[in-house]
Design a binder for this molecule. Structure first.
Ligand SMILES: Nc1ncnc2c1ncn2[C@@H]1O[C@H](COP(=O)(O)OP(=O)(O)O)[C@@H](O)[C@H]1O
Ligand SMILES: [Mg+2]
Length: 350
């Protein structure tokens, strides 16, 4: 059990990430409630909802747990303007953000009509395959309802924070940032729309991306708030739409695609995932999830099917654990190489 006094002690040297002044001096510790199983805490900071908040959150929770706190519920609010004005300094930073150099980077949003069709699998394998082609690639796992990229790529480390910049984790030559990095214990995320938009903005602006030829965005399914945010934030983003071969799945995906068309996002193409099952014994193909969804969707969007990816799992490699990454010489890995080549061809000829 931890006491209020101990909590204050733990927080003693913790600084506001933007004002570089201790929370104690800023009178920013707004509430400490110690209950049997939960310590709840409210802190005021200069810029809530930023990547720095997430970093601070992680540090504070970790330190409190180490000091013996049970579960920690941490809330943030904004410091009063006069406090910010008093302690604030002129904005430092003149660093170029990702969005400033968007002319160099091709943004590819991977979308689908609904979840579970393989959007993240496609995002991850496209990213890895582009990197295998020598491209500089990043991936943002922006599916706040079900971030999965770190697990899929077997990433265990967390991004480093240097100064006020977050450095993505690199795996298979791909720079990775995920909502999952900033959430403790896989707790479900209940942020609402505007917060999500802010988070994404941070991913663009506060992450220290190395040079990027491609940035792949694994978006939440459907046409929700976040997807819309992306469309307004990245007017030049290109779209890759994932569907299963089932006709109704394609129908749902068409709605996501229609939005891309409306917002003048170029659709690179359709990936039909889980297209068939091929028997290793007889080589026979079985269309377990139906047939025709991909081509139908492509037609509707006046686009094309870039690939039909069959059912199949990556081979387990004990040394490089990455449960959803297909090796380059895997049958499906080769299909992803093909997809990467097509994507390069389609995006570079402009
Ligand atoms: N071609 C495939 N063959 C077999 N399993 C697949 C294939 N594509 C995806 N999966 C599996 O299906 C599940 C859902 O895929 P995921 O990429 O997480 O979908 P989404 O991001 O659209 O929710 C995962 O368990 C994934 O490993
Ligand atoms: Mg996903």
């Amino acid at each position: 059990m931890i006491t209020e006094e101990q909590v204050r002690k733990v927080l003693e040297d913790v600084q506001d990430p933007h004002l570089h002044t201790t929370l104690a001096e800023l009178n920013a510790i707004k509430e400490i409630k110690v209950k049997e199983k939960l310590l709840s805490l409210k802190l005021a900071i200069a810029q809530p909802g930023t990547a720095e908040q997430m970093q601070l959150q992680q540090e504070v929770v970790a330190a409190l747990k180490e000091a013996g706190a049970p579960s920690v519920g941490l809330r943030f609010e904004k410091l009063p303007d006069d406090v910010i004005a008093k302690y604030g300094s002129e904005e430092e930073e003149g660093g170029k953000t990702l969005l400033d150099r968007k002319d160099k980077t091709t943004f590819i949003s991977v979308t689908s009509g609904k979840g579970g069709v393989g959007k993240s699998t496609v995002s991850v394998n496209l990213a890895v395959s582009l990197a295998r082609q020598g491209k500089k690639v990043g991936i943002i796992d922006a599916d706040i309802y079900g971030f999965s990229v770190p697990d899929m790529m077997g990433i265990e480390e967390r991004p480093k924070v240097v100064g006020e910049r977050i450095h993505p984790v690199e795996r298979f030559g791909v720079q990775v940032i995920s909502m999952g990095f900033f959430v403790e214990d896989n707790s479900p995320i209940i942020w609402r729309g505007p917060m999500l938009g802010k988070m994404l903005n941070n991913f663009f602006n506060e992450v220290e991306w190395d040079e990027l030829d491609y940035l792949i965005l694994d978006l939440p399914p459907g046409t929700g708030d976040v997807a819309l945010d992306i469309h307004s934030m990245l007017p030049h983003s290109k779209e890759l739409i994932v569907t299963t071969p089932h006709a109704t799945a394609a129908f749902v995906a068409a709605r996501a695609g229609a939005m891309a068309l409306k917002t003048e996002h170029e659709i690179l193409g359709v990936i039909e995932n889980m297209a068939y099952f091929e028997s290793k014994v007889t080589g026979e193909k079985e269309y377990v999830f139906g047939q025709g969804g991909g081509p139908k969707l492509a037609e509707e969007l006046q686009s094309e099917v870039l690939a039909q990816v069959p059912l199949g799992q990556p081979d387990i490699d004990e040394d490089v654990f990455a449960p959803s990454v297909y090796a380059e010489d895997h049958q499906i890995g080769k299909i992803y190489t093909d997809i990467a080549e097509k994507v390069i061809q389609k995006t570079e000829k402009e």
